[in-house]
Design a protein around this ligand. Sequence first.
Ligand SMILES: Cc1cc2nc3c(=O)[nH]c(=O)nc-3n(C[C@H](O)[C@H](O)[C@H](O)COP(=O)(O)OP(=O)(O)OC[C@H]3O[C@@H](n4cnc5c(N)ncnc54)[C@H](O)[C@@H]3O)c2cc1C
Ligand code: SF4
Length: 599
Amino acid sequence: MFVTDKNQKSSYDVIVVGSGAGGGQSAYTLCMDGAKVLMLEAGRKYVPETETPMFQTPDLAPLAAASTPDKPFGFYDATVDGGWEVPGEPYARASEEDAGRFERWRARMLGGRTNHWGRISLRNGPYDFKPRTRDGLGLDWPISYEDVAPYYDKVELLIGVYGSNEGLENTPNSSPGCLLPPPKPLVSDLMVAQRAKRLGIPVIPGHRAVLTQPLDFKNSPARLHPGNARAQKIIADDMRKRAACLWATSCGRGCAIRANYQSTTVHLPPALASGNLDIRTDAMVYEVTVGRDGRANGVNFVDRTSGKHRHAAARVVILAASACESVRILLNSKSERFPEGLANSSGKVGRYLMDTVGSSVDGQIPLLESLPPLNEDAADGHQMYVPWWLYQEQHAGKLDFARGYHIEFGGGKRMPDHGTGAGLEWLTGGSYGAKFKQDVRRYYGSFVGFAGRGEMIPNDQSYCEIDPVMKDKWGIPVLRFHWQWSDHEMRQAAHMQRTFADIIEAMGGRVHGEVKTDGAKAIAPGGSIIHEVGGAIMGSDPKSSVTNQWGQTWDVDNLIVADGGVFASNADKNPTLTIMALAWRASDHILERMRRKEL
Ligand SMILES: Cc1cc2nc3c(=O)[nH]c(=O)nc-3n(C[C@H](O)[C@H](O)[C@H](O)COP(=O)(O)OP(=O)(O)OC[C@H]3O[C@@H](n4cnc5c(N)ncnc54)[C@H](O)[C@@H]3O)c2cc1C
Ligand code: SF4
């Protein structure tokens, strides 16, 4: 249930800070196994079933739902109280130059960014957990793919992920029955696949957390919760209530029929149904409190509705406020015993911040012009994608950068909006009236866009720390970001540009704009791909890492980090599926330790 000052209990088994992918998964796993959990979320309560503007058309919104500073992803985007800026919650940057700039997207709402994320759900492969062993750069994880694989299976079964098993290098197969069938590709997808193949580039079905058919509520519950009949019943009942995708609306607005993954529609309802979850929204946590024994005993937070400072107590504290926010809470948890912040005896809290390497190129394809109108909203993108395909060439030293990227691409005739027909001048030379209408119909649906998502190697120059001066509106010290790409990332971005142009040309198309050969110009700013991870990395040595393989901090053994903070590398695969798999694994470990009376 949702609690306030009046009914918050005096103590819980576990406090979970944050309600996004990491927090949602942690609360779900713990509550389904009987632990009493208090979730503290800085944002407001958010109810997708009633608040999601799923079926509203762009013409009903101001400026036809176009992007504005308040709503950078458009009027209907699910993010409330957040975005690139959060009012009253600034952060500092050591540099405003493109090369050193770090951008930050935050969502202040129940469910966090999972309400509007892209739902692309790729597994890390075996190489991705041991990158240093493979090429001598960056850091290895203290775990291998085999440790995480059972949890990838569980998360896929629970949230519902479509995709296929292709058996490609470092692109793992899921266990039988874990994946839902992929959706049909668009005409433009098929054409990309056909032409890319001629260049030796594989195009395979994408993996997204969207239900292409109802979940298997008969068989999956026993695989998710073996030996736990109550949990099986709760999740079977909940799975029945999730509808399959209807292929017509935009996932970024959220999904009122619960056909895609959001923490608010997938993790929190069954956790609440267990009777073991209390959620307190508008609770801005600023420090973990520690007892005389050096163990965490709760957290302090500001009640955003009253401005009052409050405390909550528990045997275990899980930080899942998103990688950077969890770092901020650790660094702000200073005491005589922990003067450099909590869990920071290694000095590594805030270090090895990573994002994804991003670069994009668009093109226009004459063969796709003037096709008959049809609904191509489909699964809202990522019906197909290109996994990194040059492992062998790279290993043989034939590329001028380390680590790979996958390609996300899109095209087709989406529901027309304010952008449809805009910016055609590079093709038409400018047209008006009847000719303009003809041009819009001719070119509508003939564009394809390619975006690379690549691995960044952690470095000493990319980190966050507490700014010595700046504070947020509650007086809580904020983060200052330092950022630097290495040559590996910049060369990778240049490689993306050349590859995308090659595919567009192989489709008989025209590239829009310049193909950037200078990687420094091709690469998107740090943080802007919104895959920030690291800052509280896991490792096998307390001197060089913040947590062990269970996300448990070396210095405080009942304090766990369960978001992207623990990533020791940031593979090209989008991070959220791995965040959830690790959070489930960490929670299983907490439950096991509770059974052994260690916690
Ligand atoms: C537009 C967009 C598209 C994306 N697409 C993809 C994709 O396709 N695939 C993918 O893998 N990833 C994608 N991501 C990234 C993905 O959203 C994140 O990796 C994921 O949400 C991280 O989960 P989290 O639980 O760590 O953080 P969040 O989801 O951000 O949740 C953290 C929660 O903690 C709360 N919180 C923060 N500070 C405090 C505090 N001090 N006290 C209490 N609560 C606090 C926040 O309000 C928030 O609700 C995308 C992100 C965006 C914005
Ligand atoms: S495309 Fe499907 S999953 Fe996405 S919001 Fe629409 S119905 Fe939901």
